[in-house]
Design a protein around this ligand. Structure first.
Ligand SMILES: [Zn+2]
Ligand SMILES: [Zn+2]
Length: 132
């Protein structure tokens, strides 16, 4: 699968038993549909988070293309906290794209990661990528 930002092949990483696609160039992360829920491990909270997504029709960010169906993804606003956090979502529901740092940001804001499990795993990933 190619990164929707830099078009390089992404690598597969295992994060808390969930396979995620990660771009070593831009540190972006692709999660297939359902993987965010698995990653968070709390279906109820994950659902609340997903339900909080609002489509941003006014975004000036250039749309990215879904790495699965190659169609333009839509920008969605996560939650209501400021500054506004935008991520990319496939219109067909293939999955979600997180630019560098956005997944951590969501996890932090949603207070979904009480024991810092995901943060530690992500820190591992970014630690490795900086060494290379
Ligand atoms: Zn990339
Ligand atoms: Zn798609």
């Amino acid at each position: 699968m190619d990164c929707p930002v830099c078009r390089n092949a992404m690598i597969t990483l295992e994060l808390a038993d969930v396979e995620i696609d990660y771009c070593t160039d831009c540190s972006g992360i692709w999660l297939d549909s359902g993987e965010l829920e698995l990653l968070l491990g709390e279906p109820e909270k994950a659902k609340q988070l997903l339900d909080s997504f609002k489509i941003d029709t006014k975004s000036v960010e250039k749309p990215k293309k879904c790495p699965i169906c190659d169609k333009k993804m839509q920008k969605v606003i996560v939650g209501s906290s400021k500054p506004t956090l935008l991520i990319d979502r496939c219109r067909r529901g293939d999955g979600l794209w997180f630019d560098s740092g956005e997944l951590q940001d969501i996890v932090n804001r949603a207070e979904l990661d009480k024991d810092n499990k995901i943060k530690k795993l992500l820190a591992d990933i970014f630690g490795h990528s900086q060494q290379n």
